[in-house]
Each structure stands twice: as structure tokens, then as C-alpha cells.
Ligand binder design. Structure first.
Ligand SMILES: Cc1ncc(COP(=O)(O)O)c(C=O)c1O
Length: 406
């Protein structure tokens, strides 16, 4: 009997065609091809331009507040009684989440390309807020597409976007969540591509978006890796991050991909359980297909129709995932698990009560898993969790779900 082993994952992906193994590439109408090629060329040039890197790093330092700390969660560690838990504090960034790392980078590219208008989509509202903020900083007009259900769930973020001068367009089609907002933003882009840049908020979409967003977010993992070496004296045993489209996790994992002894774990939304429509665990239950311009794992029915998904957290409520995650899954480099809605809610409360830090509901999925895992590991072990964002935006929804009033 012959056994076939999957090729080992490398950090040197994608190739020139945007392939992460068999995943990625560009599945878009002809009208967008030129814009994607222009973006790829401009991004390549910018990446190698010391002036661009200097401006980006300066903004990350002075506007975003980087580097943010690696924090030892001492009381949570005691509570779990196993591995030491550390948080990478993306919640301390300006606007309260990791999304701003990417929007600053893409806004600088918009200016380089001479485009006059920005559009974006948002689920939890964090990417919309981060885009509106970066556009306000540079005086660019900005339109944000957002599903009506998410507008309801994330009222505070809608108000912040409008205060920053962005126009928020509620999307009433489909399940009125992130998937539908991306569809609408794509439609706008096709009609306005000469003048408009579409700032995609995760490592999804056609090439070069998954690569570019990962690169802009990799600052998270680079800092965490260096901080861990300095503060703990060695690399962590496990790195944990939540996966919606997959950008905070891609940014966190990418700098560790070649460190074979570091376990990487992505945590998806298990929702209410494993039945179709009850979760958003694309890498656990999905099959290969095309969504939003790239080939990846997708939650789809046997006819290839995208399925409805559910998560308590708007930012994880998405039936697709970035192509690099599909590559990491199939090569076995990253393990993907899921956490149920109620476990995430409990984790949010536990972290708040024990550490005085309120994680976003998305992040609370990663927290719930890290706590479970810490209990199984020895006291010598180190787990680093990406604290992707703060939970203020979720409190109206948490109060509603737990029968409280604010
Ligand atoms: C705080 C936070 N974490 C995680 C996510 C999930 O997105 P991604 O998987 O791209 O990091 C979101 C999305 O809005 C978010 O707001």
C-alpha cells in the first residue's frame, strides 16, 4: 500500500498567479482584471519602496499605537491551572481592533494609485470603522456596505463610521450579513473601478488581496514572535487566533509557519451546533469552491449554492475563508477547531472578570479555546492568543442576549 503525504506548508506563498497550493487565484469578471493587475503591480512596487514602508511604519507607530504589548494573563493562567496564557493586545490599537493595520496600508496604496474614492464592506463594523478612520485621516470619501442585520447588531460602530464622515449603505439582500455586503461592494466596484479602490477587510477575495492583507496583518505575528523571544526567552508552544475571513489569524500565524515546533490553532464559530445553517465553521464543514473571487473552502450545498451561516459574532458570520487557510488546513500546518456561541459568551465574561479586559465576541472564541487548551497543557507551556479586538461594540448585543438592559 502506498501512502501519500501532503506537501509541507511554506511561508513563501502565493506564487505569481496568487496560488496557495491549489487555492486562491482570481475568479472575477473581465472588468475587474485590469484593476487587480494594477493593484498587484502597485503593491509590489510599494512593498519594495523604503519611503512607503517608512510612512506605513510611522503611521502604525504614531496613529495606530504599535507596537502593542504581549501581556501575561496571570489570573486566567491561575484559573485554568495549566499552560501560561499570553495575549497579543490588538485591542489596544486605535479603533480597538487589528483591522486598522490593513486599512492604513491599503489607504496609502489608494493614494499611490491616484484613486479618489474608497469603498469597503463590514460585518462586525470594525473594518468599516477602521476604513472610515483611515479615509478621514487622508481626506478620502468613503462608502461602507453593511448587512442590515449587522447594522442592527453593531449600531455603535455605524454611528462611529458616520461620525468619521463615511456613508454607511445597509444591504437588504440575502441573510443581510457580511456575505451580502461583500456582494454589494463588488457590484459597486465593477461600476466604479476607474476611480475607486475597494479596501477588502480580510484575507479573502481575488489575488492580490489575500496576500496583501496577510502582509499588512503580519505585523501582529512578527511583533508577538519577537516579544515572546524577549520576554519568555523562547517561542510559544501554541498560537491561537479566531477565524472569520481569516485576517487576524493569518497575520498572527504567518511569521510562525516555518517554526515547525509551534502549534497553530484557528478557532471558527461553532454557532449553535453542527447542523447546516447553525454555524460558520467553514474549515470544519466546508467543501472546495469559489466565493468572492477566489478558490477556497466554502460552506455550500450540493448544488454549489452558498449556505446561510450563523454566529453570535458578526465578524465570524461568513461562509468562506481566506485561501491561505485552506492551504494551511490541507497541508496540516494549522489545526482548525470550533467554539459554540455560549462558550464564547462565557469566555468573554471570564476574561473580563479575571483580567479586567473585555474581548470582542469574535476574540472570545479564541479565548474559550485557549482556556480549554491551557488546562490540558503543562505549567511549563506557553500559549499566545491574538486578542483581536475589544468588546465594547458587542455589549448591546450581549445585554440583549442575556436579558439585561444598558
Ligand atoms: C475583533 C475582531 N476579531 C476578528 C474578526 C474576524 O475577522 P478576521 O478573521 O478577518 O480577523 C473581526 C471581524 O470583524 C473582528 O472585528
Amino acid at each position: 500500500m502506498t501512502t501519500t503525504t501532503a506537501p509541507k506548508a511554506t511561508s513563501h506563498v502565493p506564487d505569481l498567479h496568487g496560488c496557495f497550493g491549489e487555492f486562491g487565484r482570481r475568479f472575477v469578471p473581465e472588468t475587474l482584471m485590469h484593476a487587480l493587475e494594477e493593484l498587484t503591480t502597485e503593491y509590489e512596487k510599494a512593498r519594495q519602496d523604503p519611503a512607503f514602508q517608512k510612512q506605513l511604519n510611522e503611521l502604525l507607530r504614531t496613529f495606530v499605537g504599535r507596537p502593542n504589548p504581549l501581556y501575561f494573563a496571570e489570573r486566567l493562567t491561575q484559573l485554568c491551572g495549566g499552560a501560561r496564557i499570553y495575549f497579543k493586545r490588538e485591542d489596544l490599537n486605535h479603533t480597538g481592533a487589528h483591522k486598522i493595520n490593513n486599512t492604513i496600508g491599503q489607504t496609502l496604496l489608494t493614494l499611490r494609485m491616484g484613486k479618489k474614492r474608497v469603498i469597503a464592506e463590514t460585518g462586525a463594523g470594525q473594518h468599516g470603522v477602521a476604513t472610515a478612520t483611515a479615509c478621514a485621516r487622508f481626506g478620502l470619501p468613503c462608502v461602507v456596505y453593511m448587512g442590515e442585520e449587522d447594522v442592527r447588531r453593531q449600531k455603535l460602530n455605524v454611528f462611529i463610521m458616520r461620525t468619521m464622515g463615511a456613508e454607511v449603505r445597509p444591504v437588504t439582500s440575502g441573510s443581510r450579513t457580511l456575505r451580502d455586503a461583500i456582494n454589494e461592494a463588488m457590484r459597486d466596484w465593477m461600476a466604479s473601478v476607474e476611480t475607486t479602490h475597494y479596501i477588502i477587510g480580510s484575507v479573502v477575495g481575488p489575488h492580490p488581496f489575500p496576500m496583501m492583507v496577510r502582509d499588512f496583518q503580519s505585523v501582529i505575528g512578527r511583533e508577538a514572535r519577537a516579544q515572546c523571544l524577549q520576554e519568555v526567552g523562547r517561542l510559544p508552544d501554541e498560537v491561537v487566533a479566531c477565524v472569520g475571513g481569516g485576517s487576524n489569524s493569518a497575520g498572527m500565524f504567518h511569521p510562525f509557519v516555518d517554526d515547525e515546533l509551534v502549534t497553530l490553532t484557528g478557532v471558527e464559530a461553532g454557532g449553535r451546533g453542527g447542523q447546516p445553517g447553525e454555524h460558520a465553521s467553514t474549515l470544519t464543514y466546508g467543501t472546495k469552491g469559489v466565493l468572492h473571487g477566489s478558490y477556497s473552502y466554502v460552506l455550500q450545498d450540493p448544488d454549489g449554492q452558498t449556505m446561510d451561516v450563523h454566529s453570535i459574532s458578526a465578524g465570524l458570520d461568513y461562509p468562506g475563508v481566506g485561501p491561505e487557510h485552506s492551504y494551511w488546513k490541507d497541508t496540516g500546518r494549522v489545526q482548525y477547531v470550533n467554539i459554540l456561541d455560549h462558550e464564547a459568551l462565557d469566555a468573554m465574561k471570564t476574561v473580563a472578570l479575571n483580567e479586567g479586559i473585555l474581548p470582542a465576541l469574535e476574540t472570545s472564541h479564541a479565548m474559550a479555546y485557549a482556556m480549554k487548551r491551557a488546562r490540558e497543557r503543562s505549567k511549563e507551556d506557553v500559549i499566545v492568543v491574538c486578542l483581536s479586538g475589544r468588546g465594547d461594540k458587542d455589549l448591546n448585543e450581549v445585554a440583549r442576549l442575556t436579558g439585561q438592559t444598558i
